[in-house]
Ligand binder design. Structure first.
Ligand SMILES: Cc1cc2nc3c(=O)[nH]c(=O)nc-3n(C[C@H](O)[C@H](O)[C@H](O)COP(=O)(O)O)c2cc1C
Length: 207
C-alpha cells in the first residue's frame, strides 16, 4: 500500500523496530544489574491509564528455582489434550511451541513480571497498562542488544488452572495479579534486522 519498508523514510525508531523480534534462545550469560536497571527505567517511562502508577508492580526474577515453580501451570496445560489440540490447530507456531517443552521462559536468565491491581474501576485497562510497560522494556532490551520475548501463555495457564497457580512465589502486594512477563537475556545468536511488512494489518481511513 505504501511501497514497502525500504521506501520509508528512516529514523532511529524504525531502525530499532527492524531489530526488534522475539528471542527464544538465550546464551547462558547473566544480564548485568546495570542493564536490568535500564529496563526498569524504560518501564518507568511508559504511560499508564489515568496515571494510576500505583496499580502496577514489576517483579524481577533471576532465581531459576522460582522460575521452575512458576512454570508449573504450563505442565498442567500440556496435559490438557483438548486445549493443546486447540492451540496447535489454531495458533501459528502453536505446535512448535508445544514441542519446545515446558519451560515457558526458554531458559532466559531474567524474567520481568508486570502485575496489576485487580481491576474493578476500569475493567480491561489492566491489559493495556501492562503491555505499555512491558513494551517499553522489550524495546529498551532491543536497544541494548539483549533478546527478549513476552510471556503470556504460562500466566494465562495459571488463570485457567487455579490449582496450578504458583504466582504466590512472586510475593506480590495484596490484590495484584501477574498479567504479562518479559523474558530477557543475551541472544544465543545475534538477531538480524528484518524489514517491516507495511501491510500486516487492515487499515481504514475516514477523511
Ligand atoms: C501479548 C503478547 C503475548 C505473547 N506471549 C508469548 C508467550 O507466552 N510466549 C512466546 O513465546 N511468545 C509470546 N509472544 C510473542 C509473539 O508470539 C511474537 O511477538 C509474534 O509471534 C511475532 O514475532 P516477533 O515478535 O518476532 O515479531 C507474545 C506476544 C504478545 C504481543
Amino acid at each position: 500500500m505504501n511501497g514497502g519498508d525500504a521506501a520509508m523514510n528512516d529514523n532511529g525508531f524504525l531502525e530499532l523496530l527492524r531489530r526488534r523480534q522475539s528471542c527464544r534462545r538465550f546464551a547462558r550469560t547473566a544480564v548485568e544489574e546495570e542493564a536490568i536497571q535500564k529496563l526498569l527505567l524504560a518501564a518507568n517511562g511508559a504511560p499508564v491509564g489515568s496515571n494510576r502508577n500505583e496499580d502496577l508492580h514489576i517483579t524481577v526474577v533471576t532465581d531459576r528455582a522460582a522460575l521452575d515453580e512458576l512454570a508449573f501451570a504450563m505442565k498442567r496445560r500440556m496435559e490438557d489434550a483438548a486445549v493443546m489440540q486447540l492451540l496447535t490447530e489454531k495458533l501459528p507456531g502453536g505446535r512448535s511451541a508445544a514441542q519446545r517443552g515446558v519451560d515457558p521462559f526458554y531458559g532466559a536468565p531474567v524474567v520481568f513480571f508486570v502485575s496489576h491491581r485487580v481491576q474493578t474501576l476500569q475493567p480491561g485497562i489492566e491489559f493495556s497498562n501492562v503491555m505499555s510497560v512491558a513494551m517499553a522494556m522489550h524495546l529498551e532490551a532491543t536497544a541494548l542488544g539483549l533478546g527478549s520475548v513476552f510471556i503470556w501463555g504460562v500466566l494465562e495457564a495459571m488463570r485457567m488452572y487455579p490449582e496450578a497457580d504458583r504466582s504466590a512465589v512472586l510475593r506480590l502486594p495484596k490484590d495484584f495479579q501477574p498479567l504479562l512477563g518479559l523474558a530477557a537475556g543475551y541472544p544465543a545468536r545475534p538477531a538480524e534486522p528484518r524489514a517491516i511488512n507495511p501491510d500486516k494489518f487492515t487499515v481504514n481511513t475516514l477523511s
